[in-house]
Ligand binder design. Structure first.
Ligand code: PEP
Ligand code: MG
Length: 328
């Protein structure tokens, strides 16, 4: 099988019946970015900026961040690079910024923390903008959004940073492009606010890892309840389906960057729902490309309609496995 996968690497990612699917990678380590640049040259659908922050002993300075982000943007200058603002808290602690909470996943995480510390947010956004000078592939994405006001507040800060940098470079002959702005859809409340959110952003990106955790009320890292944490739970699948339909209806491009997008059965179901942009760990890229090239959109829709009416995620697995076996 791996030989068959290799043989089709680099071939355009479209289904047997010609539906084009755009694949992106999730990254956080420089090595992943390099690997992508050398082998795949895909866009980056999710660059987790918290990873380099977690590997340090103190907050990186603005200049240090500029250097880091510049390397990432330059790694694939023709492809969109989606940088997510700091998503710490929850399961991602910063050693030099301790947070002690009883319910970290329901606490001070992601955008909540950075809006309470606008100086951290501003330095990061300024660094992203400065890194993007003369380039036009930066997109900024906000994690853990649960309401419209967070988007408005973050946008205000991004605009502030944009005007500061514009002012600082006005005597130089260099272009600063306004980056596209997107939000993660990973807190269930946003499912009921998509039309309102759509008016404020350029794109959505579904974080199915957290969406699963919050929809099912299951800590994604607690081994005791690990068997309950499953993105193929029919309720999660219905939520994912609802999101893509609402995004299309509101004409906002939507990507999905949770783990499910990098799994063969998941990618097929997502395609059937209407997702056309999948972002995944780089090591899944070839496999998913191969899977997509060997199924039809028609078949993926049939599989989806069975999965949506299943009772449990185990039933969904059986459907997927039967389908994949029959495909060989
Ligand atoms: C997610 O929640 O699905 C996601 C992609 O972000 P992270 O795994 O970094 O929380
Ligand atoms: Mg998340």
């Amino acid at each position: 099988l791996s030989k068959r996968i290799e043989a089709q690497a680099g071939q355009p990612c479209k289904t047997e019946d010609g539906c084009r699917i755009q694949l992106y990678i999730n990254a956080g380590l420089s090595a992943e970015v390099e690997l992508n640049a050398n082998i795949h040259n895909a866009g980056i659908g999710l660059y987790r900026t918290e990873i380099p922050f977690m590997l340090r002993e103190r907050f990186p300075s603005e200049q240090e961040q500029v250097q880091l982000y510049r390397q990432i943007l330059e790694s694939s200058p023709e492809q969109p690079i989606t940088m997510r603002t700091l998503d710490v808290g929850g399961d991602k602690p910063l050693p030099y910024f301790p947070i002690n909470e009883e319910n970290p996943f329901l606490g001070w995480r992601g955008i909540r923390l950075t809006l309470d510390h606008p100086e951290i947010f501003l330095v990061q956004v300024r660094a992203m903008l400065r890194a993007s000078l003369g380039m036009n592939n930066l997109q900024i994405m906000l994690p853990m959004i649960s309401s419209v006001s967070e988007v408005q507040e973050a946008k205000r800060l991004i605009e502030q940073a944009f005007y500061e940098i514009s002012d600082e470079i006005k005597s130089q002959n260099i272009q600063l492009h306004r980056p596209k702005l997107g939000i993660m859809l990973e807190v269930p409340s946003v499912l009921y606010q998509l039309p309102q959110l759509a008016r404020h952003v350029d794109f959505f990106s579904v974080g199915s890892n957290d969406l699963t955790q919050y929809l099912l009320a299951v800590d994604r890292n607690n081994t005791r309840v690990a068997s309950l944490y499953n993105s193929y739970h029919p309720a999660v699948l219905s939520a994912l389906y609802d999101i893509v339909r609402q995004s299309d209806h509101n004409q906002v491009p939507v990507t999905i960057c949770g783990e499910i997008a990098g799994e063969p059965g998941g990618a097929i179901l997502l395609m059937g729902m209407g997702y056309r942009r999948l972002s995944m760990n780089a090591y899944n890229l070839r496999k998913i490309n191969w899977v997509i090239r060997n199924v039809s959109l028609e078949e993926s829709k049939e599989l989806l309609s069975c999965a949506l009416t299943a009772n449990t995620h185990e039933d969904v697995y059986i459907l997927i496995n039967n389908y994949l076996e029959q495909k060989g």
